[in-house]
Design a protein around this ligand. Structure first.
Ligand code: AMP
Ligand code: MN
Ligand code: MN
Length: 330
């Protein structure tokens, strides 16, 4: 991240009369938190704001239902066709914008705010810092530069992105400045107990049977990943339907699978209703799964990454096994 880009980003936001804010499809806590925090701050400055992501129907995952300012959200078809300013958040490449990727061509100016390593450079002004623990860290810095108040509602959005992307302050990205920002947000009144309860400790009952199915079907391959070990499992659309849960409900399955200490890398393949596989990967730290998923058409970070593909489970696993065998060491 260069200083001119930060200055240019602040200038764009300071002068914006209207702004469209877009986060990545299948939004997580950082995507929603960074978008809604910036959206609130801009709206208070008098900017006309639309927030969205590129899926036909916007359904905020139950885990994030507590986030404030959801009145800023509009469906993609209600997003202006040619916005003066488009701000993309937590999105490493145009395809992560889904149905709204076309606004990259029609917007007067595109500001990219992100912390992913891999990805295809796009946009006019890029505030991209792979050392940032979450996109909300960059948004907090922008808000300070704009002199915007970080009140309870904004703080709740920022905290949610911070706590989710750091895995509850456990990942290596959790620096002293991450804790300093968290302390500031708690001082603004954030109820971290309620955030944690909603984000980590609240699942539909059907999640338990989906988790059980994924754990029973889990496979350990000690020789994979150059002898570092791989654990993987998959959940079909039929299994998800039988359990009465959707894709957003089973995000936590990978966090259980990756605890298998014999495996360096954990993989969960989840089938979308249309049949495509959404693949989540996690590394304990020896291999760069971000590079692997980037090469397979996805992206992410060194230790948490994903991709989507249309092949069947066996074909996808064969591709992934090959890529992991020669994965870059992190
Ligand atoms: P997940 O496994 O879905 O929790 O994603 C882990 C990380 O990989 C997040 O930073 C995602 O933004 C990123 N990621 C997941 N799927 C994709 C994809 N299809 N393309 C690019 N990045 C992805
Ligand atoms: Mn994200
Ligand atoms: Mn993020």
């Amino acid at each position: 991240m260069s200083v001119p880009d930060r200055d240019a980003a602040v200038a764009l936001l300071r002068d914006a009369h209207e702004a469209v804010l877009v986060c990545h499809v299948a939004p997580d806590g950082d995507a929603l938190g960074s978008m809604l925090a910036l959206g609130q701050a801009l709206r208070r400055r008098g900017t006309r704001v639309w927030c969205s992501w590129g899926e036909p129907a916007l359904v905020v995952p139950e885990a994030y239902a507590f986030l404030p300012a959801q009145d800023l959200l509009v469906a993609p078809d209600a997003v202006p066709a040619a916005p003066a300013l488009l701000v993309t958040l937590d999105s490493s490449s145009p395809d992560r914008l889904g149905l709204l990727a076309d606004r990259l061509d029609t917007a007067g100016c595109v500001l990219v705010v992100d912390h992913h390593t891999a990805g295809e450079p796009f946009g006019d002004v890029r505030l991209v810092d792979p050392t940032a623990a979450a996109t909300v860290v960059l948004v907090a810095d922008l808000l300070d530069a704009l002199g915007a108040e970080i009140d309870l509602d904004v703080a709740t959005c920022l905290y949610t992105g911070l706590v989710t992307d750091t895995g509850s302050f456990r990942h290596a990205s959790t620096t002293p400045s991450v804790h300093a920002l968290a302390a500031r947000l708690l001082a603004a009144g954030v109820r971290q107990d309620l955030v944690a309860q909603s984000v980590w400790d609240s699942n539909p009952f059907g999640y338990l049977s989906a988790l059980g199915a994924a754990c029973s079907a889990a496979v350990l391959e000690p020789d994979a990943v150059g002898g570092h070990g791989l654990v993987w499992s998959h959940l079909s659309d039929a299994q998800l339907s039988a359990a009465g849960v959707g894709l957003a409900d089973v995000e936590g399955v990978i966090d259980v699978l990756r605890t298998a200490r014999e495996a360096e890398v954990a993989v969960v393949l989840k089938q979308e209703p249309g049949g495509a596989l959404r693949v989540s990967t996690r590394s304990r730290g020896a291999v760069d799964v971000g590079a692997v998923c980037g090469a397979l058409g996805g992206g992410g970070h060194r230790f948490a990454a994903g991709f989507t593909c249309t092949g069947d489970v066996e074909t996808t696993m064969a591709l992934l096994r090959d890529a992991l065998a020669t994965a870059p060491r992190a």
